[in-house]
Design a protein around this ligand. Structure first.
Ligand SMILES: Nc1nc2c(ncn2[C@@H]2O[C@H](COP(=O)(O)OP(=O)(O)OP(=O)(O)O)[C@@H](O)[C@H]2O)c(=O)[nH]1
Length: 696
């Protein structure tokens, strides 16, 4: 369009001449009278910025198109008078609604909140936001729509999550708080579990220690096994858990009852590191318990201590102290008792370094090693006290089972009146058989014990109804919510070869935020021990060409542990990769959307400089970013404060249109400045494989 006089332009813009003059003045364009000429460039800019009747009609047409699409998709309503009445009646606006994931489609959502879909589209369109009929909504958008019509929405799953507070959590919190203050803590004897491969000498070692040490203390005492015993070495006590092996150790841990402070890993010098040595090591390691290695059977002629040490290094990455590592390795003969004293001293040394402590006074917390129905005593629990001093007459609770301590029997079969930290003791007085690997707490009164017991029964019943397998996706979701982004796996395969291939492939799945930790891998079917480890470590179990034995399957079901089995390597990797990628935080990248040039600068009082911009290519978005270049040099980088197309604030302007732009906190713009527009885009990230790294 050619240059125009002010009144002519006013007519074009369908504006009052005086009004236009005022506007022009505000835009910094000096006008003498309504007869003054406005140059061509400014005319065009103003026409673009303030719009014309035709343009508005275009907008309306565009909207009507949406209505038509909506009609096609959703059938008649709203537009048709009869239909609209009907719809509006059934569709009365709701004040608060519960929605599910399925409602996250505009049409369904509209119906749910009782606002016609067309109305939502129209209202959003007027705000410069385009919604399409039936489009999927994310949570944020759904909330925004609901807010616009004052409808409160809640998610069904969110409401379901209301659960009864477990009273034991409160007790645990009490201990947690107490533990924070070092003044409350006092050293207690270490509790030791002996682990190792079959026949490597665990029982022989435990028997030797008991027979030599306990006999010193109690002559002729009838030793009844209460699952653990205590010995004295150089005036200091050590508690040994009687039942060797990692199964119980992990089972206790899975129940939140970690009794063990130190693990003694027994490795026979004539046999070396064997599969169960590795398994035991993995269990101890995942519990973060210090390990002392006892290389046993050194009295045997074919014993090879050096070779065994080498295997410790190669297979477990445990480097003996004498080789510059930090693993204490003691060569012993459990049968002959050779060097066992040194082993005991080493246990005390490690205990000292670890500063094993408990709270000697206040309420009692004890860990159950086993529970059974005794012919004479009824239900009993063999425990190791961790905190407090358990006394006869105390009210106790273990899970849902309550009781009152009637008698306490120590590891030498003697009745005692009390038991302090790290002392193994048999508790008589439970009303029913308590959980065999749970925690026993003392409470103030019988009423309190009863109240807790009832609450836990209620929780357990609810839990039972709700119990289902935990899916990989769910674990990932949980991980997403927590800070920890580590996926723990227990990996079982048919052969050593496939195990190595799989571990290799899995270990190559990398990302900065998520790590995969194979806490245990082994050859053979998936066993109860694997499930226990997974339970204790929040892991999932992957099986390759192996299956879970029936007991393991049952336990996995009960514990909500997911077992996934595969027969093809790439399937396993593919699924793992897809799941992990799904939880990577999307990456924000800057995507250039368009370019423009400042044709005119309007200085407006109180507002600042407005750039009259000719879009050259692409588009500009109001919420996007902008870079200003002058003679090729970057002079500004930031946000757009306002974007106008004609009179209207708009969300986007496409080339070759013109627009008015006000930059955020930047007025030093000049004619001829080049603008580069971009948006921040969230893109799903891919996990990288190690091989890929080289290519990049
Ligand atoms: N020569 C020799 N034999 C030992 C030694 N320690 C254990 N043994 C023998 O090794 C065999 C297995 O010992 P256990 O103590 O039963 O082994 P374990 O690790 O408890 O075995 P499981 O309970 O089956 O896992 C027994 O015959 C022991 O007598 C040792 O230091 N020297």
């Amino acid at each position: 369009m050619a240059r125009l006089r002010v009144y002519e332009l006013a007519r074009q813009l369908e504006m009052d001449t005086r009004e236009l003059m005022k506007e022009l003045h505000e835009l910094g364009i000096e006008i003498k009278s309504h007869m003054s000429y406005i140059d061509e460039e400014t005319v065009n800019l103003l026409l673009e910025m303030y719009g014309t009747q035709e343009e508005e009609e275009e907008l309306i047409e565009e909207y009507e198109e949406y209505e038509e699409i909506d009609e096609e998709v959703n059938g008649k309503h709203f537009k048709n008078k009869e239909g609209s009445l009907e719809k509006l009646q059934t569709n009365k606006k709701k004040n608060s609604v519960k929605i599910t994931e399925e409602d996250l489609k505009l049409d369904k959502f509209a119906e749910k909140i009782g606002i016609p879909q067309n109305k939502i589209i129209q209202d959003f369109f007027m705000k410069g936001e385009i919604l399409k009929p039936g489009q999927s909504l994310n949570l944020q958008l759904a909330k925004k729509i609901a807010k616009m019509y004052d409808v409160r929405i809640s998610f069904e799953n969110e409401e379901k999550e209301e659960v009864i507070e477990n009273p034991l959590i409160e007790i645990e919190k009490y201990f947690e708080e107490k533990y924070k203050n070092p003044e409350n803590l006092k050293e207690r004897p270490p509790v030791v579990t002996v682990m190792g491969h079959v026949d490597h000498g665990k029982t022989t070692l435990l028997d030797y220690i008991r027979n030599t040490r306990v006999a010193e203390r109690e002559e002729g005492g009838i030793t009844q096994s209460i699952g653990a015993y205590q010995v004295e070495v150089n005036g200091k006590k050590i508690t040994f858990i009687d039942t060797p092996g990692h199964e119980i150790f992990t089972e206790m841990r899975a129940r939140g009852a970690q009794a063990t402070d130190i693990v003694v890993l027994v490795v026979a010098a004539d046999d070396g590191v064997m599969p169960q040595t590795i398994e035991a090591y993995n269990h101890a390691k995942s519990a973060n318990v210090p390990i002392i290695v006892a290389i046993n059977k050194i009295d045997k002629p074919n014993a090879n201590v050096e070779k065994t040490k080498q295997e410790l290094v190669n297979k477990l990455n445990l480097i003996p102290e004498e080789w510059g590592g930090d693993t204490i390795v003691v060569p012993i003969s459990a049968k002959k008792g050779q060097n066992v004293d040194t082993l005991l001293e080493m246990i005390l040394l490690v205990a000292e370094m670890q500063e094993i402590k408990g709270i000697p006074d206040g309420p009692v917390r004890a860990v159950t090693i086993e529970s059974k129905l005794d012919k004479g005593f009824g239900p009993v629990a063999n425990v190791i006290v961790k905190d407090g001093i358990l006394k006869i007459g105390d009210y106790i609770i273990s899970g849902k089972v309550m009781g009152k301590v009637k008698a306490l029997v120590n590891d030498q079969g003697k009745r005692v009146k009390e038991a302090g930290p790290s002392t193994p003791v048999m508790i008589v007085g439970f009303e029913e058989l308590p959980d065999s690997h749970g925690i026993v707490y003392s409470v103030d009164s019988l009423d309190k014990a009863r109240e807790i017991s009832e609450k836990i029964r209620e929780i357990e019943q609810k839990e039972l109804r709700r119990k289902r397998h935990m899916k990989l996706e769910e674990i990932l979701k949980m991980m997403e919510q927590s800070e920890r982004k580590e996926l723990r796996l227990v990996l079982k395969a048919d052969t050593q070869g496939s195990l190595m291939a799989l571990s290799g492939a899995i270990n190559k799945l990398r990302s900065e935020e998520i790590s995969i930790n194979i806490i245990h891998s082994g050859v053979g079917s998936i066993t109860v021990s694997d499930v226990m480890l997974a339970t204790a470590s929040d892991a999932i179990i992957l099986g390759f060409r192996v299956k879970a034995d029936s007991q393991a399957r049952k336990m996995a079901e009960a514990e909500g542990i997911q077992i996934k089995t595969y027969t093809i390597v790439y399937k396993l990797i593919e699924e793992l990769q897809a799941a992990l990628e799904g939880m990577l935080e999307p990456e924000e990248i800057e995507e250039i959307t368009g370019r423009g040039e400042i044709k005119k600068v309007f200085k407006i009082k109180k507002v600042g400089s407005i750039a009259g911009v000719q879009m050259i290519e692409g588009y500009v978005e109001k919420d996007g970013l902008v870079k200003v270049y002058r003679s090729g040099k970057l002079v500004y980088e930031g946000k757009i404060e306002s974007l106008k197309h004609y009179q209207q604030d708009v969300k986007r302007v496409d080339a070759p249109q013109e627009c008015g732009i006000k930059l955020e906190n930047f007025d030093d713009i000049k004619e001829g400045d080049e603008l580069e527009f971009s948006v921040l885009k969230k893109v799903a990230r891919k996990l990288t494989f190690e091989e890929d790294k080289g290519e990049k």
